[in-house]
Design a protein around this ligand. Sequence first.
Ligand code: PMP
Length: 452
Amino acid sequence: DPAAPGIDPRRLTDLLARERAAWTEGRPKARALHERAKLSQVHGTPQHWMNQFPPPVPLIVDRAAGARLYDTDGHEYADFGLGATAALWGHNHPAVVAALRDQLDRGLTTLWPHEDHVWVTEELGRRFGLPFWQFTVSASDANRFALLLARVATGRQRILVFHHAYHGSVEQTCAVLTGSGVAAPPGVDPNGVDVRQTTKVVEFNDLPALERALEPRDVAAVLAEPVMTNGGAVIRPDPGFHAALRDLTRRTGTLLVVDETQTIPAGPGGCTGELGLEPDLITMGKCLAGGVPAGVYGMSDSVAAATARYTATGDGGLGSTLAGGALAVRAMRAVLGEVMTERTYTHMNRLASRYESDVDSVIAHHGLPWHVGRLGGRVSYAFTPTPPRNAGQVYSGGGSAVREALWLYLANRGVVLNGMSGAALFSPMTEEADVDLHGELFGAVIAELVGR
Ligand code: PMP
């Protein structure tokens, strides 16, 4: 992986070695726990891919509160990772905690509907514009069921995703474009699902390629993030892209599924609300129940009719025993009713835009050919001189060693970013002082890396 443009590779190597050593040195308890974990967990982490996070020994959490993490060795961090949006409202938002405390005495899960389910589906309809909703345990499941229903509704088998999109652990969506066509992403064994059979892939913002892919009318659904957040950047649709995407999908009888899982920081109705989108299905999860596992998918009248057909005889394989469990639905009601408000977004946007301008002024000061992007309460940078238009541009820029160095430098001094992408998220519990600290540290680490 080449160093990001503008960075001195020798300085980067030295800084990385120093910060790795400092991290490991300062965490004897985490080291011992990690050694124990290696005997009962793949790679010594509870989910195998966590071993790709930057620190050589995992950050082992003792507790989390507000927008802060406290590790097992006594270190405290301002948490801008926020569980990759699952903790977007902060780790113990008072409204969520009060709802959960109350629900603990009223039953955790019953496999019967509660009043809260009706309140939540009505509210989702009001915010996101689709009439019918169902519950899942995760956003991955919401995507899995949305794609299945799109196949049922259209009688077609294939799906289309954008290059390097991530939609969760949904096998047929893990596909990228290569010189020789569609393939599993680098590092994913092609012997899982043969994505050449299931999936078409085009670059985001590439309308001619999209049209060519949909014209044979064999694609059940396009599954898309409305603004791409994976690939460690904010990748915005070109002006007119969404209108053309909707037009092309309608014209070819293809359903449009909008995945809002990572774009809830854009506004109280996600990007669907902010950009006025009209998808056939919407999927989301993560932060909806304030950290309790939960997902939902919304659908149009005609997809709802297909759902009713598919499941008319009983077991349809859609759903899970714990989907829409009482605890999750009570928490969702608290989040939608009391947390996901204009006031919350005003705070998130204000701090996120300060953070964005701190990063922007350091980039400008050193003349680095980097770009910082913001989507409401989410900020991340790409190692491209102009705003990236697709994930191909982001990945060809390299820079993973720089991301690792920045993560470690900041974390060794009390600031945690997302372990995978380096993105920062802003919660209603994030404090001004956390943003100040990040701004100072970011200025210092870049000065060291460029040698000025
Ligand atoms: N959609 C998007 C856009 C995501 O980024 C993710 C996870 N990062 C998912 C869906 C799946 O969420 P989960 O892993 O919680 O099922």
